[in-house]
Design a protein around this ligand. Sequence first.
Ligand code: ZN
Ligand code: ZN
Length: 284
Amino acid sequence: MSIAFNRLADILRDRGVPTRYQGGALRAQGICHDGDSPDTVAIKRGNNGGVVIFCHKCQGNREFLAAIGWTEADLYDEPLERQQDRPADDTWIPCRERGHKRVAQYVYRDENGGVVHGVTRCDHKCFAQWRPDNGAKSGRRWSLNDKEGNRLVRVVPYRLPYILKAIAEDRVIWIAEGEKDVHALVDHGLQATCNAAGAGKWTEEHAQFLRGADVTIVADRDIPGRRHAEHVVETLRGIARSVYVVQARTGKDAADHFAAGHTDSEFLKVWSPIPYPGDAAVGA
Ligand SMILES: [Zn+2]
Ligand SMILES: [Zn+2]
């Protein structure tokens, strides 16, 4: 259950926007404006749930919503789906004509929770990527590039809004090879990310989001997995604060590790290229 009022209070707290209760409403400055008075915006629980936002300066909520990256849909308690997320509910995939079924979909988001692109996986392990496009009838197009092959969407690591928050909270960021492993890690209380499209597709652009982070990379137990982990390490030099590389104690990857009943402290440490501050220096 997701309460819109609580989500909004979290966002304001995360952004360092001062708030206080007054006259039955949470008051905040109008972050839709620059530096105006601290009680410009009134935020209340709606009578039927949801949250009601009123900015006295712009006499409404539109600019305030834009400033925090929300749409009208975010004002409701349970339905988190944004307007531009609707393609996420459409189960059509490019290989459906071959009888394949969608089994998973992963949505990549920007800093504010906006959809950058999505990845689908079918029951025959075809992966396909789409980008939101309001000009398309389905709301999405099944390519991240234009006809000349130029990329049209940003490169962002998976679960970026959570990752940025976790870095700010000094939590360790786990990097896995794919979304399935990321979710295995998240299901065990960890903060995890990956790049879209698997081994070999991590870039320096992904690494830029991990500045100052303490990172643990889970390397898949095969040659591409090892190369992938080594490449991720290279991109994090001078960016991450610390980097460890671990492997599953059982099986090939993080999902196997947890499925075998192991905990996060039971991964095998295979390399510490950038030790935690205070660790004994690792011999070259
Ligand atoms: Zn305003
Ligand atoms: Zn398929």
